[in-house]
Design a protein. Sequence first.
Length: 291
Amino acid sequence: MKSIPVSHFFSWQECSDRLRPLLMQEFSVNGADHLVLADCLLRRVMQQFEFAETLRKEAREAGLTFCGAHAPFGIHEDLDNPLADERPMMIDRLKLVLKIVRDFGAESCTIHVGNVPFREYSLDDYHNCILQSLEALLPTAETCGVVIAIENIWFPTNTPEKLLAILDHFRSPFLGICYDAGHANLMAKGKEFPVSAARDGWDGWADAIPWDNRVLEKLLPHIVTCHLHDNFGQYDDHNLPGNGNIDWQHVMSTLAGAPKLQCIQNEVAPIGYRIPIATLCRTFDRLKSMM
């Protein structure tokens, strides 16, 4: 099996410009080789073009490269945004994101298909908006050589079945899956709680929530990147693997069979949990050793 790189997210928006190069050095001295081009970094490059060279220089001096990217996300930035007056700007911004990702040398960019923020639209409306958005974006992705990775979350728009239907519609080598282990755990174990993120996400959209403990297996042939973090199945905690109830041996040994996997991404939220960078790096080295 080829060696799959590990890439690290960080909440760069929560640190100063002066601190950011030091934190990059901390990743490097603890064995990291790659960072994720996170949504907050992409937002800033779009706002301040000169920041791109600053960021490249800081990473280069720390001996790091960018592997994988995550587009800005939210109600007005996701692929299923149904608001006609906003969609052209959303598409233009995502085209720019893909070009920036190319310039940083990252091979994939995770883009949310979106959730269900507006009740006046149907699930078919949202699905059609996703297809229309990707129809507009895939030519840019192909030109840039960047794979768009759509992500399983815990809403009716982003179940494995919905994501696979989108892939089947396009059958493009520049469209794949970002498997999120924490989100999959919410759909596998959220039923054990009277209140949970998944129950909230499905409220009013279905008579019964399609709980699913085989999200990984269903998506496996199309996974190009993955977000790894832990929780107990109730909320999207983004905690350190081991600080939850995900079966990491199963996840990692299964991911080892993903034929298109390009990158493993650490999507832990370390600042809120006060997790040292050294602990992040050691934990993800152990996860990789399970493959």
